[in-house]
Design a binder for this molecule. Structure first.
Ligand SMILES: C[S@@+](CC[C@H](N)C(=O)[O-])C[C@H]1O[C@@H](n2cnc3c(N)ncnc32)[C@H](O)[C@@H]1O
Length: 185
């Protein structure tokens, strides 16, 4: 069976815009991305899981596989995810269809989908995610930018605010983890 790295690089060369990274995220990033998920109530959705760095970390934190749903655009990654994580629901669908998969009251969305400098995707993915998240739900996003991957005016338009949770140097390239929540009324 090919390694995660081999599968990832192969798909990155075929679909660079979608994959948008040079390697799977490190275990150090995965730990930061998934901090606290074991305390979250309700279903957990991961979007853009790739070869499953964050998926593994979510399960390692004790989340039962049946509470976890993955939405991944790339069919090759979906095959690998199904083989590696039995019991987890793997949907080969774009994250833009988040409102159409029949889940509500999501406690948390963990996102590897590239949203930086893509305002349309920010609205179609992050904006729609908040429509199906619980009031206290958190949207966690990886980025390689030092700044929030969603600009302040788009956050304001969507009624959310973001904070940097961590900078992780042990990743190629170094990564930042941002969390977004609904603004207080
Ligand atoms: C930067 S990679 C991150 C992979 C993995 N989360 C990691 O950190 O190693 C981006 C992933 O998002 C997926 N992706 C891109 N656009 C997507 C979309 N609209 N919906 C779902 N997945 C998407 C890509 O196929 C790829 O697996």
């Amino acid at each position: 069976m090919p390694s995660d790295f081999t599968v990832f690089i192969g798909q990155m060369m075929r679909k660079p815009k979608e994959v948008s990274a040079i390697a799977p995220s490190s275990a150090a990033v995965a730990r930061k991305m998934t901090e606290g998920v074991e305390m979250v109530e309700g279903p957990i959705l991961e979007i853009g899981p790739g070869t499953g760095s964050f998926t593994k970390a979510i399960l390692d934190r004790g989340v039962p596989p049946e509470r976890l749903i993955l939405m991944e655009l790339n069919p090759r990654f979906c095959d690998a995810l199904r083989a590696k994580f039995p019991g987890v629901r793997v949907l080969n669908r774009p994250a833009q269809e988040i409102e159409e998969i029949g889940v509500t009251n999501l406690g948390c969305v963990i996102s590897g989908v590239p949203v930086l400098a893509r305002p349309q995707i920010q609205r179609e993915v992050v904006g729609r995610a908040f429509n199906v998240m619980s009031p206290e739900g958190v949207f966690v996003q990886i980025t390689y930018s030092p700044n929030a991957p969603i600009p302040p005016e788009v956050q304001a338009e969507m009624g959310i605010h973001g904070e940097r949770r961590a900078t992780v140097w042990a990743n190629l390239p170094p990564a930042r983890v941002f969390e977004f929540r609904r603004r207080a009324q």
